[in-house]
Design a protein around this ligand. Structure first.
Ligand SMILES: Cc1cc2nc3c(=O)[nH]c(=O)nc-3n(C[C@H](O)[C@H](O)[C@H](O)COP(=O)(O)O)c2cc1C
Ligand SMILES: CCCCC(=O)C(=O)O
Length: 330
């Protein structure tokens, strides 16, 4: 793990209310997948190429994956994250700052993460809010037909935000004055088609693991996919996100970009994801640790540390990353 990230994690653990720390840190079930997401990177190694001179590698290929409730981490919440981002920020529908304010504060493109809602008018209004705010894409999370069961939250009895904090995008939606709860429901590809018909924004899917679903995503005109197991917070029997990546990349065959998130904690992890065919890596918890430890400056430290380390790894790899360079450790 990058030492800056490790230090910020320790600081976050020390300053956060333990209930909120566990909400951020925890996973579903026995937390097997939570641990595997990081362990999968340790099982792989990179064979660097030599004598390549100064090849130009990819730009810093990291984006901020959507995480809920940033004001639980820091009073500035998503505003601090947005100010620090400087790269694509996928803003959670469950943000504690309204999406328009997130976009206004942002130093890079903002994409809106959406959980489709059972009432199509509510979904449409959320999409319109994202459009009006100036979001550059929609990211529909498809790995959550039901909520994951997070044992740490259940043990603490944590199921509501403290007084004064709310999922601000859920205010004054059609049919409900005031706050509306975010609902999970089992949707279909027809619902994705409807979203595409409703908006001219690129529509990404987040939470694809099966290669056949990746092919369906291409066929349904999706702009890109996130190979993700929701940071081990949904089904605790799936593979590590990294282990699911190559088959999805092969199925997609370069037709759309594939982002990998889950367990990315260092420049080497980013390099491994790219070598296995990801266009970019998403980071979830490290951003929360930076935010909790040091607000906007902490998020910036996380991104700067990863950028610096990734560039160093890339230089040591001869400026290029490809699948033939990845081997399994003995
Ligand atoms: C506290 C927390 C809240 C999250 N909230 C959301 C969310 O609102 N929407 C979503 O699509 N994914 C959510 N995720 C999943 C992340 O987008 C991402 O897939 C995951 O955190 C990546 O793994 P990492 O934390 O190991 O980097 C959340 C993850 C965490 C840890
Ligand atoms: C209603 C908020 C959902 C947040 C989420 O996706 C998670 O905690 O993993």
């Amino acid at each position: 793990m990058n030492p800056v990230l490790a230090e910020l994690h320790e600081k976050a653990r020390a300053v956060l209310d333990p209930v909120h720390y566990d909400f951020f840190a925890g996973g579903a079930g026995d937390e097997v997948v939570l641990a595997e997401n990081e362990a999968a990177f340790r099982r792989l190694a990179l064979l660097p190429r030599v004598l390549r001179g100064e090849e130009n590698g990819p730009e810093f290929p990291v984006l901020i994956s959507p995480t809920a409730f940033h004001k639980l981490a820091h009073p500035d919440g998503e505003l601090a994250t947005a100010r620090a981002a400087g790269t694509v920020l996928v803003s959670s529908m469950a943000s504690t700052v309204p999406i328009a304010d997130v976009v206004a504060a942002a130093t890079g493109p903002v994409w809106f993460q959406l959980y489709l809602q059972p009432d199509p008018e509510v979904t449409e209004e959320l999409i319109r809010r994202a459009e009006r705010a100036g979001c550059a894409a929609l990211v529909v999370t498809v790995d959550s037909p039901v909520f994951g069961r997070h044992r740490r939250d259940l043990a603490h009895g944590f199921h509501d935000l403290p007084a004064g904090l709310a999922a601000e995008n859920m205010r004054d939606l059609p049919g409900t004055p005031g706050l509306r709860r975010i609902e999970m429901a089992p949707f279909t590809w027809a619902d994705i088609d409807r979203v595409r018909d409703l908006t001219s924004l690129p529509v990404w899917l987040k939470g694809v693991l099966h290669p056949d679903d990746a092919v369906l995503a291409v066929e349904h005109g999706v702009a890109g996919i996130f190979v993700s197991n929701h940071g081990g917070r949904q089904l605790d029997v799936v593979p590590a996100a990294l282990d699911a990546l190559p088959a999805v990349v092969d199925a997609v065959g370069g037709r759309i970009p594939v982002v990998l998130d889950g367990g990315v904690r260092s420049g080497a992890d980013i390099a491994l994801a790219l070598a296995l065919g990801a266009s970019a890596a998403g980071i979830g918890r490290p951003v929360l640790w930076g935010l909790a430890a040091d607000g906007e400056a902490g998020v910036r430290k996380v991104l700067d540390a990863l950028r610096d380390e990734f560039e160093h790894v890339l230089a040591l790899c001869g400026g290029q990353l490809s699948r033939d360079m990845v081997v399994v450790r003995c």
